[in-house]
Write a protein that binds this ligand. Structure first.
Ligand SMILES: [Zn+2]
Length: 333
């Protein structure tokens, strides 16, 4: 297991900063870090010369870019999560906006290449940097930024730390600003893109404390973001028991396919939930046993869920911390 803060990564497993950044009460939905004001956003540097990222149309009007199975590096611009956009008759919805300003600008260029319709909605599925730092690229479109009702408070707690980490890896000019949601989802909402309704559902603590999933009724496509990982090691940053329960509910959601937060751009549903459910239930079972056997957390980290090692990329980067989180959650039951 890598220790906190020494991985060079930016967020799938980054802890909250020791002292939450206080941004006060922003008059609008956005907060600016790093000394940039909105009129001198470095995005201007890229205007007109941004190479659009490659997306795949996985169902009619749903375009997804596959994130690579790495942590953030200078070379990858933190373009590590699956991101994309959904096109209706009247408007475009972005989900997620990408892992950096550069990643978001390239997604925006891909949208411009595909449709002239306005970008009216940008969904930030949860607080992790690889899913939110591209949002700044879309400020010029003046969309409604959508997130879980707890996203704002979680960004207040963590975003300064996340941005500092990301800027140290890819440079402050490429990292992007932090954007707060203007539309907060407490339970469920429907977004009308014109001839296309997107359901947004807020979940109880699971992968994080602020996960939303999307469902496109037209094509029966479920977009659960990081509630589903395929092939890349999941990171636990919310509640293990909550996540298992959330997957149980989502499994019963009739959907033709899913777009995981990490992994292939599309997969059959609910088949795609099998591997992550197996990992999470193994993590729960082994952690409970370690606690019952009186094994200390430091020792448990080395053994719990070891049977899953060959099944996941980046297993050793994340399993130890997941065990630590699970142990803390389950030891007082
Ligand atoms: Zn995540």
């Amino acid at each position: 297991m890598r220790g906190h803060g020494e991985t060079g990564t930016t967020g799938e497993h980054a802890p909250p900063p020791p002292s939450p950044h206080k941004t006060g009460q922003p008059s609008r939905r956005r907060v600016v870090f790093g000394g940039f004001c909105l009129c001198c956003l470095p995005s201007a540097i890229y205007a007109g010369e941004t190479a659009p990222l490659a997306t795949e149309e996985i169902a009619s009007g749903i375009h997804i870019r596959r994130g690579i199975d790495e942590d953030a590096t200078l070379a990858n611009d933190n373009a590590i999560a699956n991101t994309g956009f959904i096109v209706g008759i009247e408007a475009v919805l972005v989900t997620d906006p990408g892992g950096s300003l550069t990643d978001g600008e390239r997604l925006r260029a891909a949208i411009a290449q595909t449709t002239k319709l306005p970008i009216k909605y940008v969904v930030m599925s949860h607080v992790h940097p690889d899913h939110v730092f591209g949002a700044g690229a879309f400020l010029k479109d003046d969309p409604v930024f959508i997130g879980h009702a707890r996203l704002k408070e979680t960004l207040h707690e963590r975003s300064a730390y996340y941005r500092e980490k990301l800027a140290a890896i890819i440079g402050p000019e490429k990292a992007g600003v932090v954007v707060l949601p203007g539309m907060e989802i407490r339970d469920r909402a429907e977004i009308d893109l014109g001839g296309r309704i997107i359901e947004v559902t807020a979940h109880a603590a699971s992968h994080t404390v602020c996960d939303v999933s999307l469902f496109d009724k037209n094509t029966g496509t479920l977009l659960p973001a990081d509630l589903v990982f395929i092939g890349r090691m999941p990171s636990l940053d919310g509640s293990l028991r909550g996540w298992i329960k959330t997957l149980e509910v989502l499994k019963n959601h009739a959907a033709a396919r899913t777009v995981p937060g990490h992994g292939p751009v599309a997969a059959d549903w609910p088949l795609a939930s099998a591997a992550i459910t197996r990992y999470l239930t193994t993590l729960e079972r082994d952690t409970k046993k370690a606690i019952a056997d009186g094994i200390a957390i430091d020792a448990a980290i080395k053994t719990v869920a070891a049977s899953e090692r060959s099944e996941w990329k980046l297993f050793d980067d994340y399993n130890g911390r997941n065990v630590g989180e699970a142990y803390k959650e389950l030891e007082w039951e």
